[in-house]
Ligand binder design. Structure first.
Ligand code: ASP
Length: 348
């Protein structure tokens, strides 16, 4: 049976064109992308498109876009075998992470892609990325199940789990990587899937459930030498904050100065959720290695294991949206929900 794929175009460099007046890149309409990639017609499959309006540079992405995407995928779920989302690279890892927590029981691929150069320029990476993403979104195994029933990012030559991905380069064609999780597939002359890494749904028959109540009362504190009590107070104790992501050094270490710990303790006594994510590009938080980590633990800080900041944000938005009880959220946060952490790395 012929596969059917829905390409959802949200914006991003892939579909941009140079403004003749000021030279800046601006979105242009999707019909032109299809014209630039005639190769898509060679696939023996039905490819439909859905255009967002207005198209956006992904630095303007808000959680409302994730809600629109989740609703759209739910609405079209039975009609298509897979979904390709064209999205700017700047916040692609945030969007792919968030969607992975919002779509539960996924049995079909949701593949984000985009490009570093617009599809209309000669050296564009957009064509390869789009063509490979469509091929992956339609790939089936011998049981006719989707090969990659996950929210993922295809970019350069790798397919990565969405909630493990980070944008690693502003100008390389290999813009993304997932330092703590092997690629789900690599694309050379053929696409090689990595079935040991790809997640399978609990049931191929269960309906897709979407969660669109996101609670965004989360702040992020990146510790750094010279950080002041005023900054830490405003991020941890400011109004209307339910959870804080602490971006710490190395394996989860932070300053041990009295004033810093007092603010953490105050945030904890107010019931705020504090999670520890490393600033390092790879590796995991382990708060038992150093005294500084143990001190954080004693202040109520939870380990994020090897979760990325992007995934921690999406995970917290969705857990906080599901329940008003912060203890309930804490209990769920320290468990793996959809491949976002390496279980063994998760010392808490
Ligand atoms: N600023 C662009 C965006 O994120 C960059 C890109 O698409 O590569 O929409």
């Amino acid at each position: 049976m012929k596969s059917s794929i829905l390409i959802i175009y949200t914006g991003g460099t892939i579909g941009m064109k140079q403004d003749p007046i000021d030279g800046s890149l601006r979105p242009y309409d999707f019909s032109q992308i299809m014209r630039e990639v005639p190769e898509l017609r060679k696939f023996a499959m039905k490819i439909d498109t859905y255009n967002f309006s207005p198209l956006i540079d992904s630095s303007d992405v808000e959680p409302s876009l994730w809600v629109t995407l989740a609703n759209l995928i739910k609405e079209k779920y039975d009609e298509y075998d897979g979904f390709v989302i064209l999205h700017g690279t700047d916040t692609m890892a945030y969007s792919a992470s968030a969607l992975s927590f919002m779509l539960e029981g996924l049995t079909k691929p949701v593949v984000f892609t985009g490009s570093q150069l617009p599809v209309g320029v000669p050296r564009t990476d957009g064509k390869e990325n789009l063509i490979s993403a469509v091929e992956i979104a339609s790939a089936r195994d011998s049981d006719f199940h989707a090969r990659v029933p996950e929210v993922c990012i295809f970019f350069g030559s790798v397919l990565l789990r969405g909630n493990r991905s980070v944008k690693q380069s502003a100008d390389s064609f290999d813009a993304f990587n997932s330092p703590d999780c092997p690629p789900l597939a690599t694309a050379g002359i053929r696409i090689r899937y990595n079935p040991d890494v790809i997640l399978k749904p609990a049931s191929w028959k269960a309906p897709l459930e979407i969660f669109t109540d996101l609670d965004t009362r989360v702040s992020i504190l990146k510790v750094h030498p010279g950080i002041t009590p005023q900054i830490v107070k405003s991020v941890l104790l400011g109004e209307d904050i339910r959870a804080i992501i602490l971006e710490t050094y190395g394996s989860g270490n932070a300053p041990t100065k009295g004033w810093f710990l007092d603010i953490l303790k105050e945030a904890n006594s107010r019931g705020r959720i504090m999670v520890n994510v490393t600033q390092c590009r790879s590796g995991s938080v382990d708060m038992d290695i150093y005294a500084t980590g143990q001190t954080l633990k004693a202040c109520g800080v939870l380990s994020g294991g090897d979760i990325t900041t992007e995934a921690a944000l999406g995970k917290l938005f969705s857990l906080l949206g599901k329940c008003d009880d912060n203890q309930w959220v804490k209990d769920r946060f320290v468990n793996e929900l959809c491949g976002e952490i390496t279980k063994e790395s998760f010392a808490f």
